[in-house]
Design a protein around this ligand. Structure first.
Ligand SMILES: [Zn+2]
Length: 126
């Protein structure tokens, strides 16, 4: 709990992740979404917020390959890169990239796997 008795936003966010859900904070004053969460809105400074489930879609902002493309074998679950995806709700989250790593700007699907975020190109998902 934080000092004013509301649940710690980090705790709420991480608890949702461990339940398999990606949620984003929504400022009750200006409506800006943020993830990971913060005590106060970076835009207007308000502390009031609600939570909403992310659609799990976004665009790749950057990626750092962890090896040559052909060094990962055929395992579709293996982490090939780490990256950042700007969610359709607005915030940018850090993800592990699985499957072929698309160019920056590609549409991505973000999922929660074992409490952490993974993303793959929306065009290669089943
Ligand atoms: Zn705000």
């Amino acid at each position: 709990m934080s000092f004013d008795g509301r649940p710690d936003p980090d705790r709420v966010f991480l608890d949702a992740l461990s339940d398999g859900h990606l949620i984003v904070q929504s400022c009750s004053i200006c409506g800006v979404h943020r993830a990971p969460p913060a005590e106060c809105c970076p835009e207007c400074g308000a502390s009031g917020h609600t939570w909403r489930r992310s659609a799990g879609t976004g665009r790749l902002e950057r990626s750092i390959l962890l090896g040559e493309a052909d060094s990962f074998g055929d395992d579709p679950e293996i982490t090939r890169a780490i990256g950042a995806v700007r969610l359709s709700e607005g915030p940018t989250v850090s993800v592990r990239l699985v499957g072929p790593v698309p160019p920056v700007g590609a549409e991505m699907e973000v999922q929660v796997l074992s409490g952490s975020l993974i993303a793959q190109s929306a065009s290669t998902s089943p």
